[in-house]
Design a protein around this ligand. Structure first.
Ligand code: HEC
Length: 128
């Protein structure tokens, strides 16, 4: 009897460990998923809507047709640096949003994103 009980506890513990590992994997997969980054881990949706309506920042519907992939990647990696450099795409955005004279961008990211995360975010923006 005792023996069976021990085996049962062991299987329970093994199952539990396996499922916590699986959850860890899920979470990192979500962090590389553009939609999850946009709505959860990346904090974009606190400032942006996915339609044309302004929230804190402009609505992002069609944004991938306004900007090149290269610019979007640079903007998401270094908003302040991109703002200061003021290349033609940034200047167009600033003029369009009436922010030509501001010295700093309004976009403050929750953290720095990896290149992989940025690729996923750009892919997600192409669906908007
Ligand atoms: C604190 C608010 C805030 C957060 C968080 C934020 N943004 Fe922004 N974003 C802005 C503002 C404001 C602008 C307009 C330019 C400026 O002032 O910085 C902008 C501009 C943009 C633009 C250019 C839009 C255009 O019309 O040219 C893109 C693309 C963008 N954000 C994507 C994102 C993504 C993706 C995230 C999440 C990783 C994000 N933003 C997080 C506020 C934010």
């Amino acid at each position: 009897m005792m023996r069976h009980h021990t085996v049962f506890v062991f299987l329970l513990a093994a199952g539990f460990t396996a499922s916590s590992c699986a959850n860890g994997g899920e979470e990192s997969r979500f962090k590389r998923d553009g939609k999850s980054l946009f709505y959860n881990f990346g904090g974009c949706s606190t400032c942006h809507r996915v339609n044309a309506d302004k929230l804190v920042g402009p609505g992002l519907a069609g944004v991938s047709k306004i900007h090149s992939d290269a610019w979007l990647k640079k903007w998401l990696k270094f908003p302040e640096k991109t703002w200061e450099e003021n290349d033609p795409e940034t200047a167009e955005m600033r003029a369009r949003l009436g922010e030509g004279k501001k010295s700093k961008p309004g976009m403050k990211l929750v953290r720095e994103f990896s290149d992989e995360e940025i690729d996923a975010l750009v892919d997600f923006m192409k669906t908007l």
